[in-house]
Design a binder for this molecule. Structure first.
Ligand code: SDX
Length: 435
């Protein structure tokens, strides 16, 4: 819990003798917060913050972001150091448990996850209910939500062992569910997981392998996949994580909560942006068209956004985007792809945008989605799978945040209020008397 209040703020309502003193709480790092929990009782007023731009919804120890400095820490470790030195399953352990695992703990965790990679065989038939051209995110929402119907033994959210098993099941099964969503849409048979492979290797294997021939995982691709998963693992109280927390606050089971998170992530303003960036780059087509495109973006009547740019928190370069841009160059080079026109276009687009006053004044910088699509496309993933891959990576963040909330003794159902600007109380008028 945050440190006891040392400072406070007193608010007095104009024209009344009502006032209240709100304690100022300090975290371990980052802005202090006003504790407004007694505001309504004392003054009979709410706060108003649509989009929650200045509202702390919870006390969390998992991820810290300094948007002005472009800093991202998972349990205190800088994302750059984890990207350089760790691997995705070790980061999963860190996010869930708060500390990096010892070698023994890491091995046991990896074994625990790999033991849950298979799906209940009846879930295979669940896919058949979808059209072959269903968007993979629609399939992910449905199949993950359906997991509740299969795992009755781990739905007791107040039992630590149930929470542990559910966490393993979700982290382990999302890659299988996502890979099978892809296989289903292209009419290829599902490929079962192999537990002799690493987490990232296993995902690539299930995604690309076919029964007709042996598939060797390219180590360049599995290293890049592991990095991409680390970068997307968690990100404080973003829209989809807040969705998971709100769903979880009602006591809903973890599978239903993660399905809600997947649905929220799908939006183009959030996790769907990586898919939208690729479509935007393909529409721009050539560096000569960048100026005209940016003119459209700056013309409000166009409602055109520079996808992959801007962020509610980062008012500086998203540190993940920097790592991703470098990985793009490395992977393309290692794959022997001599220059990728989309990457060249993205780099030029970024350069021009970052020198344009419109973007500079609004502190709009590339975010994690700006380069991720380029590397995923180079790795052979269809654009429609980009957000599904984001969901696979973010599941550990959602589960960690859900677990932290459920284990918080102060946890209560989330129930925001509103300012009501609709019709005041009025009497019903029979249809015959309405004009
Ligand atoms: C993710 O929250 C997280 O942590 C999310 C995420 C995670 O890991 O979970 O980081 C992942 O969702 C990254 C964001 C991916 N989305 C996109 O790339 C879509 C494009 N970006 C925008 O839609 C927008 O920047 C948001 C949604 C990301 C942030 O929106 P905000 O915070 O509500 O910002 P805003 O709309 O108030 O923008 C402020 C100004 C506005 O202009 P004015 O009204 O002041 O004139 O900047 C403009 C906006 O119109 N603006 C953009 C823009 N983003 C903001 N103009 C053009 N292109 C953009 N991309």
């Amino acid at each position: 819990m945050s440190a006891p209040a040392k400072r406070s703020v007193t608010i007095t309502l104009d024209g009344s003798n009502k006032s209240t003193t709100l304690p100022l709480l300090s975290g371990s790092v980052g802005p202090d917060v006003f504790d407004i929990r007694k505001l309504y009782a004392d003054l009979g007023v709410f706060t108003f913050d649509p989009g929650y731009g200045a509202t702390a919804s919870c006390d969390s120890k998992i991820t810290y972001i300094d948007g002005d400095e472009g800093i991202l820490l998972y349990r205190g470790y800088p994302i750059e150091q984890l990207a350089e030195n760790s691997n995705f399953l070790e980061v999963c352990y860190l996010l869930l448990n708060g500390e990096l695992p010892t070698e023994t703990e890491g091995k046991a965790f990896e074994l625990g996850v790999m033991r849950h990679t298979m799906l209940h065989e009846q879930l295979r038939t669940f896919y058949n209910g979808f059209r072959r051209d269903a968007h993979p995110m629609a399939v992910m929402c449905g199949v993950v939500g359906a997991l509740s119907a299969f795992y009755h033994d781990s739905l007791d959210i107040h039992d630590a062992e149930s929470r542990r098993i559910s966490a393993f099941r979700l982290i382990a099964k999302l890659p299988t569910i996502a890979a099978w969503a892809h296989k289903y849409t292209i009419g290829q048979p599902f490929v079962y997981p192999r537990n002799d492979l690493t987490y990232a290797e296993n995902f690539l294997y299930m995604f690309h392998a076919v029964p007709a021939e042996e598939y060797k995982v390219n180590p360049i691709l599995s290293k890049a996949m592991d990095l991409i998963m680390i970068l997307h693992a968690d990100h404080e109280q973003n829209a989809s994580t807040s969705t998971v927390r709100l769903a979880g606050s009602t006591g809903a089971n973890p599978f239903a909560c993660i399905a809600a998170g997947i649905a929220s992530l799908w939006g183009p303003a959030h996790g769907g942006a990586n898919e939208a960036v690729l479509k935007m780059l393909e529409e721009i087509g050539h560096v000569d068209n960048i100026k005209a495109f940016l003119a459209d973006v700056k013309d409000k009547d166009n409602h055109t956004k520079l996808m992959g740019f801007g962020h509610r928190v980062y008012k500086n370069y998203d540190p993940r985007a920097k790592i991703m841009q470098k990985a793009c160059h490395d992977v393309l080079e290692e794959l022997g792809i001599k220059g990728d026109p989309l990457l060249d276009l993205a780099v030029e687009l970024e350069k021009i945008a970052l020198s344009d006053p419109y973007f500079v004044e609004r502190k709009l910088y590339p975010n994690v989605d700006f380069y991720s699509g380029i590397i995923l496309k180079a790795m052979g993933f269809p654009v429609s799978m980009f957000t599904a891959l984001f969901a696979v990576s973010r599941t550990v963040g959602w589960v960690s945040q859900w677990k932290e909330m459920i284990e918080d003794p102060a946890q209560r159902i989330g129930r925001p209020r509103q300012i009501y600007t609709g019709a005041p109380k009025r009497d019903f008028v029979p249809a015959s008397q309405r004009s």
